[in-house]
Design a binder for this molecule. Structure first.
Ligand code: SAH
Length: 191
């Protein structure tokens, strides 16, 4: 069996696989180069749908091309706007939302997610989650903005009522250079 605890991204991918099935609705709040968007499109199947957000036109163009090559474009709605405006575009409940925060490694490092808009988006996503649905946030604290974003998210998740949400964080205790952390907020399922 493969390692489960390699890094935050691998763990998040495993959670996506266990949470998503054919016909589900998912959101990629930070499209970037489209890796997660393509992965989510493959998991939701032909009947599913993935909304993807980014504020950079390059991200929208490269993700569109990538999905077209993979024949997955029909399952996606690619949106050139900030995730804090998600309520303008997503009018249905969703099973899973993923945020891969920070800046694009090969892009402009000045264009990074910011604590205010990230928290606003997470709050709006909470209202869109199906019972048993989940928000995953991969949080990078190696840069100054990321440190502030991490602190803001840590304080925010503390306030969530445990009767409504299971909020958990996975951080690697023995890795050097500020490895990304994974925050999971799962909506409690009441049968
Ligand atoms: N740190 C990750 C990549 C993060 S990419 C890694 O190392 O792999 C983050 C993406 O979020 C960027 O493409 C950026 O343009 C986008 N972004 C920044 N602010 C945003 C916002 N408010 N809404 C949607 N996307 C945003």
């Amino acid at each position: 069996m493969k390692n489960i605890f390699k890094n935050a991204i691998e763990i998040a991918n495993g959670i996506c696989k266990s949470k998503l099935g054919n016909g589900d609705i998912a959101v990629d709040c930070t499209m970037g180069n489209g890796n997660d968007t393509a992965f989510l499109c493959s998991l939701v199947g032909e009947k599913g749908k993935v909304y993807a957000f980014d504020i950079q036109e390059e991200a929208v163009i490269s993700t569109g091309k990538r999905l077209q090559e993979l024949k997955l474009l029909e399952r996606a709605e690619i949106i050139l706007d900030g995730h804090e405006n998600i309520d303008k575009y997503v009018k249905e409940d969703v099973q899973l939302v993923i945020f891969n925060l920070g800046y694009l490694p090969k892009g402009n490092h000045d264009i990074t997610t910011k604590k205010e808009t990230t928290i606003e988006a997470v709050q709006k996503c909470l209202g869109l989650l199906k019972p048993n649905g989940i928000i995953l946030l991969i949080v990078y604290s190696g840069h100054e903005n990321g440190k502030m974003e991490k602190r803001a998210l840590d304080s925010f998740t503390l306030t969530l009522n445990q009767k409504e949400y299971n909020a958990a964080k996975i951080c690697f205790t023995n890795q050097i250079n500020n490895p990304p952390e994974l925050i999971c907020i799962e909506k409690v399922f009441k049968a």
